[in-house]
Design a protein around this ligand. Structure first.
Ligand code: 6MZ
Length: 364
């Protein structure tokens, strides 16, 4: 068990979150409020399901279908985006790559594009911290601070960089996947930096998504893939040979997969709590974190779905620390190394490096 002091230290440390799904990051209180408000459209006992902690992978995807019933309207998408960013910022996440699946919902007059516009509205609505999601915002914010004569207080405010990944759901067709990639390209100036392939790993085939993912890569978008969440050796090989910018999970890898992953040096988004809760990994002492960490393979500690799995980025660091014996120095190095694997441009990387350097002096 970590002491309060260790938890406080982990919260104070700047952190980078690269694998968090918007609809998996909603506050329990917000979900319960929405379930009460929209009670007539939800046929099961939502409260019980929302508050249940251990769920199999199959149950997790059932839960997402229920969450989507509650959240898929423009106003709610804006609300949850704002809250999720504020929650990550509150625990000193300084760079967040938030991923979400653009959804069409004809009954609500929602297209994939208007869904994403609602997400952007949510980013604009963040007031509790300074947020950088459009590159030009920085200069503007600074100019406003200057003109208001309060540069000092502006600089002391917390700041979070947010970039977006658009997810392709494995239930989608090639055409639908292509629509998402085209939308991402149209929204690059609003902070969209890449594409994610996610959704129920027992559904869909790699060749369905490949044309859209290949196009995304050719167009300069970052691509990250949920890879090896279930045993599917052929798909894992194909995914690794695609040379994605990063992969998530890697739970059901065999010897040859590890060899390939390591020779290609593909960074892995590691989600400890998620892997245990979904029973993809039987216990933390056999988790591949240890081998990847010891062989200095690039890895990033992430939450996956902090709402659904009741966790936080700081919590994941504490878990890694207590399970694998990482001290503060090692945790700090792990957090700051993550900057090398973000999909945002070098300007953001440089700024984050400065943030980590000054935090290292303060936390020392
Ligand atoms: C695979 C996951 C996931 O996109 O509606 N998602 N896909 N594995 C996981 N690990 C357990 N966790 C979340 O967020 C929810 C969607 O993200 C994907 C699923 O497609 C889920 O419906 P958005 O914001």
């Amino acid at each position: 068990m970590a002491s309060h002091r260790e938890m406080d230290w982990c919260v104070a440390m700047p952190k980078v979150e690269l694998h968090a799904h918007l609809n998996g990051s909603i506050r329990d209180t917000t979900l319960l409020e929405l379930a009460k408000e929209k009670g007539n459209v939800v046929s099961v006992d939502m409260e019980h399901i929302i508050l249940k902690h251990d769920r199999s992978l199959r149950e997790v995807f059932k839960l997402f279908d229920l969450i989507h019933i509650l959240t898929t309207d423009h106003e709610t998408v804006t609300r949850i985006t704002k809250e999720v960013v504020e929650d990550f910022a509150a625990e000193n996440v300084v760079y967040l790559e938030l991923r979400t699946t653009p959804k069409r919902n004809d009954a609500k007059g929602m297209s994939k594009k208007s869904y994403m516009q609602a997400v952007i509205e949510g980013l604009r609505a963040v007031k509790a911290v300074d947020i950088d999601f459009v590159p030009k915002l920085d200069a503007e914010t600074l100019a406003n601070c200057h003109s208001a004569g309060n540069l000092q207080s502006c600089l002391q405010r917390k700041k979070i960089h947010v970039r977006l990944l658009l997810s392709i759901d494995r239930r989608e067709t090639t055409e639908a996947a292509m629509e998402t990639v085209n939308l991402a390209l149209q929204m690059k100036h609003l902070g969209v930096v890449g594409i994610d392939l996610s959704g129920n790993p027992t559904i869909g085939e790699w060749r369905t998504f490949l044309p859209a993912l290949r196009f995304a890569k050719e167009q300069g978008l970052g691509v990250t893939l949920h890879c090896g969440e279930v045993p599917n050796p052929g798909e894992i090989y194909a995914m690794l040979d695609f040379l994605p910018g990063r992969i998530g999970h890697a739970c059901f890898f065999e010897e040859d997969h590890w060899r390939k992953l390591k020779s290609y040096k593909i960074p892995v988004e590691v989600c400890l709590t998620s892997n245990i809760r979904t029973e993809s990994i039987s216990s933390l002492d056999v988790h591949h974190f240890a081998d990847l960490y010891n062989s200095e393979h690039p890895l990033i500690l992430c939450t996956d779905d902090p709402g659904v799995f009741s966790t936080s980025v700081s919590g994941e660091y504490i878990l890694a620390s207590t399970t694998f014996g990482l001290g503060q120095k090692e945790m700090f190095r792990l957090a700051s190394n993550a900057v090398d694997f973000i999909f945002a441009d070098n300007r953001v990387k440089e700024e984050l490096k400065v943030t980590f350097a000054s935090a290292s002096r303060e936390l020392d």
